[in-house]
Design a protein around this ligand. Structure first.
Ligand SMILES: NC(=O)c1ccc[n+]([C@@H]2O[C@H](COP(=O)([O-])OP(=O)(O)OC[C@H]3O[C@@H](n4cnc5c(N)ncnc54)[C@H](O)[C@@H]3O)[C@@H](O)[C@H]2O)c1
Length: 350
């Protein structure tokens, strides 16, 4: 082996880290786990598969350590923190319908989970942490596009929806304030509407795909009526999962201590346009039938991603392309919905 080869192996080894990914068998977590493994890192996953599925990690099975445990179990979390260099904390109860139906569970997992992760890191001397927050922390952003300095707020403590964002605000405040003294690097990232294959069933894109597919299958008409929540003028900016992971890798590599970063795109889209694009995928012309909006759902959402762009971020996947990939997956896997619901037990009981 030449001197140069030895030096580059030494350099690689130096850069290689051992990561703990909580929520690592979830939609975003599994994509991060695979990327880190392919980049040469060691990865341990902690998940109780409440919404996650180990099959999402099959490409890297044998290369990772899987810990099946509840994030609310302090001893299990501390044990999982042992010997790791960095923790990426994603375990949380995601899915809009649960914010309304299981707010106390959302908070139980969100708050106890965060306390346990911070506690585990401190006890096991883990010096780096990156915590998933959410675009939901703004709730009613004063400005669109919204930058990271906009105030975080809970508009109505009586609306159960805000259990989700309240848990995320607590998580951020804990990361920053415990981060100051106990970590060399504590990072917060706010994902904004991440989409892609196998993203779960309780989000606008999979729900519209399944609905439009079903309506289209029942008629030969070119023009189809599609009932939606809200007027269709509500907006979101979506980011494809692969681009999201690239954004997070930049934050992990270059993000500054106590930094807060949006990960998303600035392509703000009305939901009606999303439905029409899905209709195009199925070869149909969609006519929107407006319905009641979910209480507390923001009318517009679009992040200002200047900070992430300064780290070198450039999303690569056009919405139409990401949507085609996602719609195809849901078209081919629609029968998984009841099976997954059964496997994931009580969470989906009415
Ligand atoms: N998907 C998005 O667009 C989006 C947007 C904003 C924020 N986020 C945040 O990013 C993170 C990942 O989201 P996702 O879309 O991959 O959701 P997901 O539901 O697919 O993943 C969350 C994971 O956490 C696990 N989990 C839940 N409760 C647990 C518990 N008690 N113990 C251990 N594990 C538990 C689930 O089993 C699941 O695998 C979450 O923190 C979420 O709030 C996601």
């Amino acid at each position: 082996m030449t001197f140069l080869e030895k030096r580059s192996i030494k350099k690689m080894k130096k850069k290689m880290k051992k990561y703990l990914i909580t929520g690592g068998s979830g939609f975003i977590g599994s994509a991060i786990v695979k990327k880190l493994v392919w980049n040469g890192h060691n990865v341990r996953v902690l998940d109780n598969n409440l919404r996650g599925a180990s099959e999402r990690l099959k490409e890297v099975a044998g290369k990772i350590e899987l810990v099946q445990a509840d994030i609310r179990d302090a001893a299990a979390v501390q044990k999982a923190c042992k010997g790791v260099d960095s923790v990426i904390h994603l375990a949380y109860l995601q899915g809009t319908q649960f914010f309304y139906t299981k707010p106390e569970l959302v908070l139980d997992i969100g708050v106890k989970g965060m306390i346990n992760v911070i506690g585990g890191c401190i006890k096991e001397n883990v010096k780096e942490i990156a915590v998933a927050s959410s675009s939901e922390v703004y709730n009613m952003p004063p400005k669109i596009p919204t930058d990271e300095t906009a105030p975080l707020m809970i508009p109505d403590p009586l609306n159960p929806r805000y259990s989700y964002s309240a848990g995320k605000i607590i998580s951020e405040i804990m990361t920053i304030n415990y981060g100051r003294k106990n970590f060399d690097r504590a990072l917060v990232f706010r994902p904004h509407n991440v989409y892609g294959p196998d993203m779960g069933w309780e989000h606008v894109i999979p729900q519209l795909v399944l609905k439009i597919r079903k309506i289209a299958a029942a008629t030969a008409e070119n023009k189809i009526k599609v009932p939606i929540q809200g007027t269709g003028k509500e907006t979101r900016a979506f980011i494809f999962i692969e681009d999201f992971v690239d954004g997070l890798m930049l934050v992990l590599e270059k993000g500054e201590h106590l930094g807060i970063y949006h990960i998303g795109t600035m392509e703000e889209m009305p939901i009606a346009a999303v439905a029409k694009e899905i209709g195009n995928y199925f070869g149909r012309q969609v006519e929107i039938v407006p319905g009641e909006a979910a209480k507390g759902s923001p009318a517009r959402r679009c992040p200002d991603t200047t900070k992430l762009k300064k780290l070198g971020f450039k999303p690569k996947t056009p919405f139409r392309e990401g949507l085609r990939i996602t719609a195809k997956w849901y078209g081919q896997n629609s029968e998984k919905q009841p099976k997954i619901s059964q496997n994931r037990g009580k969470l989906y009981e009415k």
